[in-house]
Every structure is written in C-alpha cells, then in structure tokens.
Design a protein around this ligand. Structure first.
Ligand SMILES: C[S@@+](CC[C@H](N)C(=O)[O-])C[C@H]1O[C@@H](n2cnc3c(N)ncnc32)[C@H](O)[C@@H]1O
Length: 347
C-alpha cells in the first residue's frame, strides 16, 4: 500500500531517510536476499543444510525414523552409561539431521558453515602438498547423501569428508606408520556415519578391520547403511554399543580414534569410553577435540576438562599438531581448522 501511495521515487526517498536515521545509531538495513548471499559468501550459515543431490535408490525407504532397526537400537542404548547425552539429545538430532541426507552440513560434519568455497580451495592446495600417501589421487568423492563438494582446478572433487580424512590418515602414518603395520585394527569411537572407516579401509590395504561404534542409535543405524552401501562393510564393521566389549575381548585393536566426539559428550560418557580402551590395553589413542582445552559438554551447559582422565589411565601425549601443520594461514582460514593429538599407553 505504501509503495502505491508514494510511488517509486517516494519509496526511494523513504528508504534513504530510514537508512540515514538508522545510520546515526550505527544500524544498517539490508534486504533479506542480500543478507543470505553475504552469509553464504562468508560461510556463516548457522543451520544445517544439505546439497540437493539425488539419493541412491531405496535410501529414503530405509533411512526412516520408524525403521524397526533404528527403534531396536534406540531401546538397546536407552539406559547405557555411555549414552548419557547432553548435546546429542533428541531435539538436537531433530534439528540437525535429516536421515537420508546424513552427509550434508549437519551434526556429523560441518561443511558450509564457517567455510567458503575459497577456504576449500586453500585447504585443498595444502592437503595436496602434505598428502605423502597420495590418498587424494586414490580416494574418490561424490555428492551422495547431501554431501557438499567443490571442484579443485578441474582435477579433483573435494569435500570436508575427503580433506579431513586424508590429513588424519597422513598424520597417523607419520606418527605410528599405520600403512606398514600388517593386519592393522582400529576402533573408531563416535564414528558418525562411518567417514573415517570408509577412507581407512579404501585407502590402506593393510587395515584388517575398523570397528565403528557409537552411543547414538542414529549413528549406528546410518553407518551400518553407509558402509554397506560403499561395499566396505567386511572390513569397516559397525558394532552396536552393547556389543563392543565382547568384540574387543576377541579382537585386540592397536589404535582407538575419537574425532570431534568426546567434546560433545558428558564427562561420565567419556570416562566410560576411556575405561574401555585402557581395560583393553589399546596402545594408541588419537583424539581430535573441538578445542585445545579438551572440554566436555555437560547437561547444564558446564564444561569439564577430560585431558586428566586420559593421562590418569596411563596415556602419555606422543605427538600433537595442527591439522594444517606448517601453514599458519591455512590453519586460520582453511576448512575447519583443528588440532590432532596422539596418546600412547605407557608400558
Ligand atoms: C561431530 S560427530 C563426528 C563424527 C565422526 N567422528 C567424524 O569425524 O566424521 C560426533 C559423533 O559423536 C557421537 N557421540 C555423541 N555422543 C556420544 C557418546 N556419548 N559416546 C560416543 N559417541 C557419541 C555422535 O553420534 C557422532 O557420531
């Protein structure tokens, strides 16, 4: 109505007057469409999103909240001490995860929040030069299940899934030579949709098994589906929470990994997992926390430090370094900078 009364010129004057008045108190008005574009360019989208890529046949039919397998896992996990959740409560999952698009920017792997196409390209240059194992040329990437991918010089398709996995595997090889240990066996705690397990067994022929475990029923359910879909489930095995003790008793593992997971757990859940790895004498523990303070996430929002819990169980820091080691600019501006920490159980 106002536009009709004032006409185009009047509207333009009105906009100018509003801008002038608000400008005096340091406020700017911006069109919603322009704001969204700016947010996108700055990589500051706050919510979950996914690439509208096609889904493989049968995905939507299987990955449903009412799937009996998911219901079964939920009831099996309900009262387990490691499933004493804070952040990973039902509301978080409802908001952050659309089951069929589990590889989108969501609770598992932030991709377009806090990162732009430019940060992907910058990171890809670094990863390419740091990838001593040449994994980038051997591992493939696609946009299935909502994954955001970026074209790197028409040479490679990259994503956070791929770049992070390549850096993590190279770090583990530099520190403990995982490519040279015959029948290497890994336990991935808080394995998400199976990202690292998929990359480890595809990239390293000497890896006999990666056991993926988790206290969130949805993660077990999705990773079972994903690793089966990638046809790596003979070596990348998903172990439900209530079976992990038994599996470790019969299958010793040399390395346990925990990537962006303990930081999202309560201290009581973390200590349950640390007791498990110490009891089974897992030699190496690789942790990528969400911050350098190694803080947990408690139900009341408090944060407790879990580093002392690691050392109290006999683990000593063997190595640590930034994800984009030796490149401070990439560590500042690249995709999701973080720190790698490797602990070793004292003899
Ligand atoms: C941010 S995601 C990271 C997933 C995966 N590690 C990766 O890097 O792709 C956090 C993971 O921690 C798991 N998680 C949350 N609470 C947990 C708990 N109490 N015990 C074990 N895992 C938990 C979630 O289910 C999810 O798989």
């Amino acid at each position: 109505v106002i536009a009709k009364v004032l006409g185009e010129r009047g509207m333009s004057n009105l906009r100018k007057q509003i801008r002038d008045i608000l400008g005096q108190i340091d406020i700017a008005v911006i069109k919603k469409s322009s704001l969204n574009k700016l947010r996108e360019e700055a990589g500051r989208n706050n919510g979950a999103s996914f690439k509208q890529s096609a889904l493989p046949e049968g995905t939507e039919e299987y990955l449903r909240a009412d799937n009996p397998r998911l219901q079964e896992l939920r009831s099996r996990y309900a009262n387990h001490p490691a499933a004493d959740h804070s952040l990973w409560a039902t509301e978080f999952l409802d908001r952050e995860l659309k089951l069929p698009y589990f590889r989108g920017d969501n609770a598992y792997v932030f991709q377009t929040r806090r990162a732009t196409e430019a940060s992907y390209i910058l990171s890809a240059y670094h990863v390419k030069s740091a990838d001593k194992l040449n994994l980038l040329s051997r591992l493939q990437e696609d946009d299935l299940f909502g994954n955001f991918t970026f074209n790197f010089n028409d040479e490679l398709t990259v994503s956070r899934d791929l770049l992070d996995s390549v850096m993590e595997i190279n770090f583990l090889d530099q520190e403990i030579g995982i490519t040279k240990i015959p029948d290497f066996t890994v336990l991935d705690i808080g394995a998400g949709y199976g990202r690292l397990a998929h990359r480890l067994v595809t990239g390293l022929p000497n890896v006999r098994s990666v056991f993926c475990t988790d206290s969130v029923a949805e993660s077990t359910f999705i990773s079972e589906y994903y690793l089966r879909f990638r046809k790596v489930d003979e070596r990348a095995k998903v172990i439900p929470l209530d079976e992990i003790e038994n599996v470790l008793t019969n299958n010793p593992v040399q390395l346990a990994t925990n990537i962006h997971s303990f930081s999202e757990c309560t201290l009581s859940a973390i200590t349950w997992w640390l007791d498990l790895v110490a009891r089974h004498k897992v030699r190496y523990l690789f942790i990528v926390p969400n911050n350098k303070e190694f803080t947990s996430c408690e139900k009341n929002g408090a944060r407790s430090k879990f580093l002392p819990e690691i050392t109290e169980r006999g683990y000593r820091l063997k190595a640590s370094r930034p994800k984009y080691d030796g490149a401070t600019s990439v560590q500042r501006l690249g995709v999701f900078p973080s720190e790698f920490y490797l602990f070793e159980l004292s003899a």
